[in-house]
Design a protein around this ligand. Structure first.
Ligand code: NOJ
Length: 763
């Protein structure tokens, strides 16, 4: 029978209730309820609540259940089905105080149905589509008994060498902050206490995206103004949106690891921002304080972390081993432990688990017969979002869209790869259920014979890279190379290409190349694929590159060789169908880059909103003694906000409702956007502002708002943006957040570089 504990009934019908021993205080009164519970907890039970363990397939389940029943585990992650989690919750219900477990997982861009990777979601600039991906993820995860996701990941990424660039929403503070809010609201719905909703744990707090050299787990060294202005706002937005949890970053910040950083976790997060949820460490991070060189042993590591405010310890035993002794000896005050326990219990309360520990686990008789059943997927939603996430980078002579009756040569190591289509952090997604480009194009073309496929090359023939990428997943290899000689594969592809009207080459990175612990020193396509593209180009046939990758790539040469380039990132379960929709024009691409594409690694960090400098390079003028590299242009390969459509748009010069702005009021900037082409299409109108002169150098421009709109051929619409004092505020050298009077430039356009400008004065 399903165990339930409803308030009131819990007290009067104690024998039938999971809560027979606990609720002496009404469940409605969160603080009192938790205090009452804590008053009855032993020291060991309290410490047990701080332990968050990863469930690996080879772990002895009986042992885990014994630990849970003894009150020594607070929550788990990586167990993702109801039958797996029910016995653990049963064990918790056998524990002395019957404190429920929670079950977490990395639901990053989908759970069973995989949506495009986060960087791709950001490319849609479509908040409804992004919210849809989050809602479906929450629904599916909740149906699989999960209570919390380690998402959204809102680390600003400006160094694409960092493999986790794929996991975030790009380089821009404003865009990522908007998405952070949308994602938290999508996961948590009106309340994380309701089934169908899950709690969000925003990560990685803080600044993980700025690891030095783009090398994962490296240090972060950053000025306070940059921190507050550029990197912290997305976490803050997630917390303001009600995120119930925060995951602490693995990196240090100006020499102090986030995990032991009292300023970060107490002063900023809790006192300044008012965060009231649970802070979980990242994997093994408390123990890593020893390797950071700030703790001499485990005892000191536990002391630093608990004092800093890390409530739960993810997958290390340090708290369990050390905290009881530290509390007994008085080295760690009881109040530090109690604060942490209160947050863990509070989060469980907020997830609705005290009311019903089986809220998301449900009854055994209702468990899905087949966890991977097609009927459990949300394919229509995934396809809709995936096609909105693609970015058309080049389209010479209107090579795209393709004609379905054309004779198409589909080439490339990623053209028929199911696993890569899912991208990294693909939750409980099953590669067999994903649609490859080959499958998607075949389905779209309908009639066999007009589409011929050849692999052409491996993603890479560098065996060291193949071995590295396959290391962590021996049961599901990320890269399976074709054993044929490279030349034989190339020859086959060229032959197929020669007989076609057009070549579609699907190239890029294997998904493992854009992942945790997958930093690169160059951003080129691997040599095998560069050779393939050159050979295909030599056939003289129109060449379309379909890119699958999780970070900007320096592909200038390949772009030059191609007639059209479509960035598809990793598009998820319905990727192949969505890509076919775009390639054949059944959907007109509308995505815009959420991150700059540098020409080469040498241009990194490459982001559009850099501070102004004393000797800027001016295009068209001699560059001597200006800020530039003399061996390459200053401009990126593709700027932030860039993306084409199959139709054309014009944007009028911006008009302002006033030339001055009084603090406390607002003015309106407006442009007329017209679809001047032949097809209906969507575009993203972007508003940038530049503070012309201030008490400190300010960025050349900053995104302050945007609107995505659909226009029929010939149709025009007026787009209006309201600008108030808040949009002009920044953190000055004293970290005061204020706008300074003076001139501001307003720039509006369809990407960050192609803009028209006007200006006003803030009085
Ligand atoms: C380590 C990663 O840094 C983090 O993002 C993830 O949530 C945890 N592992 C749990 O899988």
């Amino acid at each position: 029978m399903r165990k339930m504990c409803l308030l009131g009934i819990a007290i009067s019908l104690a024998s039938s209730c999971a809560w027979a021993q606990t609720p002496s205080v009404a469940l409605e009164h969160k603080a009192a309820f938790i205090t009452d519970l804590m008053n009855r907890m032993t020291l060991d039970e309290k410490v047990g609540q701080l332990r968050l363990i990863s469930i690996a397939s080879d772990m002895p389940r009986e042992l885990i259940r014994t630990e849970i029943a003894a009150g020594r585990i607070g929550g788990t992650f990586n167990s993702v089905t109801r039958p797996e989690n029910r016995p653990m919750q049963d064990a918790a219900m056998r524990s002395r105080l019957k404190i429920p477990m929670f079950f977490a997982y990395d639901v990053i861009h989908g759970h069973r149905t995989i949506f495009p990777i986060s960087l791709a979601l950001a490319s849609s600039w479509d908040m409804e589509a992004i919210a849809l991906s989050g809602r479906v993820s929450a629904k599916e995860a909740s149906a699989d008994s999960l209570d919390l996701t380690f998402a959204p990941m809102v680390d600003i990424a400006r160094d694409p060498r960092w493999g986790r660039t794929s996991e975030g929403f790009g380089e821009d503070t404003y865009l990522v902050s908007r998405i952070a809010k949308v994602m938290v609201q999508a996961y948590q719905g009106v309340s994380p206490a309701l089934p169908g909703n899950i709690m969000a744990s925003v990560k990685h707090f803080a600044l993980y995206g700025a690891v030095e050299g783009g090398r994962d787990y490296n240090i972060v060294d950053m000025s306070p103004t940059r921190m507050f202005q550029d990197y912290l706002p997305p976490y803050h937005a997630a917390i303001d949106a009600g995120a119930g949890s925060v995951m602490v970053a693995l990196n240090s910040i100006n020499g102090v690891p986030a995990t032991s950083n009292t300023w970060l976790m107490q002063d900023l997060l809790r006192k300044q921002w008012g965060f009231k949820g649970v802070a979980v460490s990242d994997h093994g991070a408390i123990l890593e304080l020893i390797k950071h060189g700030v703790a001499k042993d485990e005892r000191e590591a536990a002391t630093l972390a608990i004092k800093a405010g890390v409530d739960m310890s993810m997958n290390d035993l340090v708290y369990g081993k050390e905290l009881p002794g530290l509390i007994r000896s008085g080295k760690v005050p009881q109040s530090d432990l109690d604060n942490a326990v209160r947050e863990v219990l509070g989060a469980k309360y907020d997830m609705g688990l005290f009311k019903d520990p089986y809220l998301r686990i449900g009854n055994a008789e209702d468990d899905p017969a087949d966890i991977n059943a097609e009927s459990r997927l949300h394919r229509a939603e995934a396809r809709e979002v995936a096609r909105k996430s693609q970015v058309l980078l080049k389209n010479e002579s209107r090579t795209l869209p393709l004609n379905k009756r054309a004779n198409i040569a589909l080439i490339g190591p990623l053209a028929d790869s199911k696993i890569d289509m899912l991208g990294s952090w693909s939750g409980a997604g099953v590669p067999a259920q994903s649609v490859t480009v080959l499958e998607g194009l075949r389905a779209a073309v309908g009639k066999p014979g007009t589409l011929t496929y050849a692999r052409g090359a491996n993603v890479t023939d560098d065996q060291a890279v193949v071995d590295y990428l396959n290391y962590s997943n021996p049961n599901m290899l990320d890269l399976t190379n074709d054993p044929r000689p490279a030349q034989a594969m190339l020859d086959e592809a060229v032959k197929v290409a020669q007989q076609a009207d057009v070549i579609v080459a699907v190239v890029g990175e294997a998904r493992g190349m854009s992942h945790e612990a997958a930093s690169r020193t160059d951003l080129d396509l691997p040599a095998t694929q560069r050779a393939l593209i050159s050979a295909l180009k030599a056939t003289g046939k129109p060449l379309v590159l379909v890119l699958m990758n999780g970070r900007p790539l320096s592909i200038g040469d390949q772009v030059q060789q191609a007639d059209a380039v479509l960035e598809t990132w990793y598009s998820g379960t319905e990727g192949g169908n969505a890509i076919a929709d775009v390639l054949f024009g059944d959907y007109n691409p509308s995505g815009k880059l959420p991150i700059t594409f540098p020409r080469s690694v040498g241009q990194i960090p490459s982001y559009y909103s850099h501070l102004r400098i004393g000797r800027p390079f001016t295009p068209g003028k001699p560059g001597n003694y200006t800020s530039q590299y003399f061996d390459a242009p200053n401009t990126p390969l593709y700027p932030f906000g860039y993306g084409l459509s199959y139709t054309d748009f014009s944007v009028s010069a911006p008009q302002l409702s006033a030339n001055t702005l009084k603090p406390g009021s607002a003015l309106t900037a407006s442009v007329t956007v017209k679809n001047t082409g032949q097809r209906a299409g969507e575009t993203v109108v972007q508003l940038y502002i530049q503070d012309v002169s201030a008490s400190m150098s300010r960025p050349v421009k900053e995104l302050k708002n945007f609107q995505k709109l659909m226009l029929q051929p010939g149709e025009e619409k007026v787009v209006q943006f309201s600008i108030d004092e808040d949009a002009l505020k920044f953190y000055n050298t004293q970290l005061q957040y204020a706008a300074e009077p003076g001139e501001f430039n307003v720039q509006i356009g369809l990407d960050s570089q192609n803009v028209q400008q006007t200006s006003f004065q803030l009085l």
